[in-house]
Design a protein around this ligand. Structure first.
Ligand code: NAD
Ligand code: TYD
Length: 337
């Protein structure tokens, strides 16, 4: 049986990945290593905590001793590294923790992966490391890294450390760079669940600037299948871009949410823009498709419908995550914006 260390497996994408592996890959044990920051939530793993192939370890990826002990105790073969501080807006307010977790934490994992001569280290990265595009063109795997926010700078630094470990000591790694994800269990600091939650509560939808910023949206399950393919089929030392070929302006996405929820467009409020806001992301995923035969399973229209329906039928989950600290976060970020 393969034994995987999944970092950040209580977060949005990590928990979707853990559930997918447990559901679809009976030959794999998952050791889910997560420090449970504001973004980590064991409710995301409801129904899976007692699975005999799932072990949860509460720990920080910067804690070298605990990482090593966990890897030894569970005979880990490979690491799939999702754990991160992941929100651009937070990185603009408090960049230090992004360096700590995303750079220092990645380095800690790399040291252990190398020492244990692991079969693979998959660095789950982001298209944001490439910077911003104009109206034309796509990010390819050879686009130079040019990150613009403290978040993307910390991810780019981590990616380069991973490459350096491969180059210098032969660590068997892959790096995936995915576009914006959406789907079940996404914390409502990110645009789509934030807008759904506000619309459900008849609160204004805070669209930054002119709302014509473009993101390429990918359904979270499709990101997870892509990461699995890279882990199990890719040659070591390679980078893969992952995207949905679904470019939408923020206003288009917000419009779809309002329409599906039957709420009026008058809820949209244009607010002060994010500093240094990247105008457009667009991904060329042809390498994933031609080399690994990966394809997204749903269209954006289908995925967003399923996502909105999930939030509608998981009111308790949403109620829990927006109580307490979330309220002060929201006030700090949005009041007077
Ligand atoms: P998330 O913020 O929802 O989850 C992050 C998880 O990491 C949480 O469970 C948190 O508790 C855990 N964590 C944070 N710091 C930790 C630490 N020091 N030690 C151990 N655990 C820690 O993030 P997400 O949206 O699920 O993103 C997961 C990964 O995918 C990140 O690496 C992110 O850069 C990348 N990514 C995200 C997107 C997206 O659209 N969300 C797109 C491309 C790539
Ligand atoms: P976000 O979900 O934070 O992802 P990222 O910044 O990593 O792309 O934001 C997606 C887009 O939505 C981005 O252009 C910023 C915009 N946005 C808003 O207009 N209002 C909001 O309240 C948030 C959180 C984001």
């Amino acid at each position: 049986m393969r034994s995987l260390l999944v970092t950040g497996g209580a977060g949005f994408i990590g928990s979707n990945f853990v559930r997918m592996v447990l559901d679809e890959h009976a030959d794999t044990k998952v050791v889910n290593y997560d420090s449970l920051t504001y973004a980590g939530n064991l409710e995301n793993l409801k129904g899976y905590m007692d699975n005999p192939r799932h072990v949860f370890v509460k720990g920080d990826i910067c804690d070298a001793a605990l990482v090593k002990q966990t890897v030894e105790e569970h005979n880990i073969d490979a690491i799939v590294h999702f754990a991160a501080e992941s929100h651009v807006d937070r990185s603009l307010v408090e960049p230090g923790v992004f360096i700590e977790t995303n750079v220092q934490g990645t380095l800690t994992l790399l040291k252990v992966a190398l020492e244990k001569q692991m079969e693979r280290f998959v660095q789950v990265s982001t298209d944001e490391v490439y910077g911003s595009l104009g109206t034309e063109g796509f990010f390819t795997e050879s686009t130079p890294l040019s990150p613009n926010s403290p978040y993307s700078a910390s991810k780019a630094a981590a990616d380069m450390l991973v490459q350096a470990y491969g180059h210098s000591w032969g660590l068997r790694y892959n790096i995936t760079r995915c576009s914006n994800n959406y789907g079940q269990y996404q914390f409502p600091e990110k645009m789509i669940p934030l807008m759904i939650n506000n619309a459900l509560n008849d609160k204004e939808l805070p669209v930054y600037g002119d709302g014509l910023y473009v993101r390429d949206w990918l359904y979270v399950y499709d990101h997870c299948t892509a990461v699995w393919k890279v882990l199990t089929e890719a040659q070591p030392g390679t980078v893969y871009n992952i995207g949905g070929n679904n470019e939408k302006t923020n206003l288009e996405v917000v419009g779809l949410i309002l329409e599906r929820l039957g709420k009026p467009a008058s809820l949209i409020r244009h607010v002060k823009d994010r500093p240094g806001h990247d105008r457009r992301y667009a991904i060329d995923s042809s390498k994933m498709m031609s080399e690994l035969g990966w394809r997204p399973s749903v269209t954006f229209e289908e995925g967003i419908r399923q996502t909105i329906d999930w939030y509608l039928s998981n009111g308790d989950w949403l109620k829990h995550v927006v109580s307490g600290q979330y309220q002060s976060y929201y006030e700090k970020m949005y009041d007077g914006r």
